[in-house]
Design a protein around this ligand. Structure first.
Ligand SMILES: *[C@@H]1O[C@H](CO)[C@@H](O)[C@H](O)[C@H]1NC(C)=O
Ligand SMILES: *[C@@H]1O[C@H](CO)[C@@H](O)[C@H](O)[C@H]1NC(C)=O
Ligand SMILES: *[C@@H]1O[C@H](CO)[C@@H](O)[C@H](O)[C@H]1NC(C)=O
Length: 297
């Protein structure tokens, strides 16, 4: 019989698909738990109309300040700390120039429904239409998602964007490549899906972007309800210093997956079992949904 431990990496003991527990479920004192839920519900009800309004307005107008309002005010993130390997923090001009830009292919982590928004916010382009997310299916064919359809894909891997025949039509776009193909829980990088050899990355600047999302429970290895996830986003009562995104960018001369992957390994001690791939995650999700959530074995 299968157990949760079947999806644990043998070497490190990491379970990349296991959700990070929510703060409320971790709270030991029943009094505090009740108090927190009492505060969170009205907060959610107050913020929700603003969320809908500003998100819709951003969708229609592509004005970044609207998205910034959602991200920093409504979700309560303190900052997005963007750094470039080998460039001093004080060198702001160079750092800004190296932000994801048109004609860039950026291999990045995929761990949550807000990844698209985060990446669009740091991109050197005003218009969200210029930011594209390419995610491979299990056979290595790429599919195109927008910031919005990527949200759907993160909740349901079977949601499919339009198939990418060739990368030549992405010349003036900021292209994020989410090679894991599915979300994980921020503890490790999943194996990259080997891409179909038909894709040619010539003519693009190649970068990787290693991300860290705090708090970790905002990563979503296992789909939860969309409303439940939004509830957590809008009612985050952590200290401000605990809510941040860290992004580190590396530049490359060519698209060489093995080399690209190393930058992720540098930022983590965890290289994960090759077998913990999309198919295994699907099995894990099915198993998880039929068993006691608290069980870890
Ligand atoms: C991936 O997409 C291609 C092209 O649509 C399709 O032929 C293939 O069956 C898909 N693979 C999987 C595992 O769904
Ligand atoms: C995402 O899914 C919702 C329903 O679940 C649908 O209404 C919406 O059109 C989808 N959005 C995109 C951009 O695919
Ligand atoms: C991105 O990958 C690195 C390297 O494996 C990992 O340390 C980090 O937690 C990942 N970030 C996210 C947000 O999943």
């Amino acid at each position: 019989m299968e157990k949760f431990s079947s999806w644990r990496d043998k070497g490190t003991g990491i379970s990349p698909f296991m959700p990070v527990p929510l703060p409320l479920s971790q709270e030991k004192s029943a009094f505090k738990r009740t108090l927190l839920s009492v505060v969170k519900v009205p907060l959610f009800i107050i913020k929700l109309p603003f969320f809908i309004l500003f998100t819709l307005a951003y969708y229609i107008t592509s004005l970044k300040p609207l998205a910034n309002f959602v991200f920093f005010v409504l979700f309560g993130f303190k900052n997005i700390d963007f750094s470039v390997e080998g460039v001093k923090k004080s060198n702001i001009d160079v750092i800004n120039k190296n932000k994801p830009s048109p004609n860039d292919i950026i291999v990045a982590n995929y761990s949550s429904p807000i990844d698209g928004l985060i990446y669009a916010l740091v991109a050197n382009t005003y218009n969200w239409h210029n930011v594209k997310f390419l995610v491979p299916n299990q056979s290595g064919e790429l599919f195109e998602y927008s910031l919005w359809s990527l949200v759907n894909h993160s909740f349901d891997n079977s949601v499919s964007g339009s198939k990418v025949e060739s990368l030549s039509s992405y010349k003036n776009k900021v292209v994020f490549l989410l090679l894991e193909g599915t979300t994980s829980n921020n503890k490790a990088l999943l194996p990259f899906v080997p891409l179909s050899p038909n894709y040619n990355f010539d003519g693009f600047a190649v970068k990787t972007l290693v991300s860290k999302i705090s708090p970790g429970y905002l990563t979503m290895p296992i789909p939860v309800s969309k409303l439940g996830y939004l509830f957590e986003l809008l009612t985050n009562l952590n200290k401000l210093t605990l809510n941040y995104i860290k992004l580190k960018c590396y530049k490359f001369d060519k698209f060489e997956v093995v080399e690209l992957r190393k930058t992720f390994a540098l930022n983590s001690l965890n290289s994960i079992d090759k077998n913990l791939n999309i198919a295994e995650k699907q099995k894990f999700v099915a198993y998880y949904k039929n068993h006691d959530v608290k069980k870890t074995d």
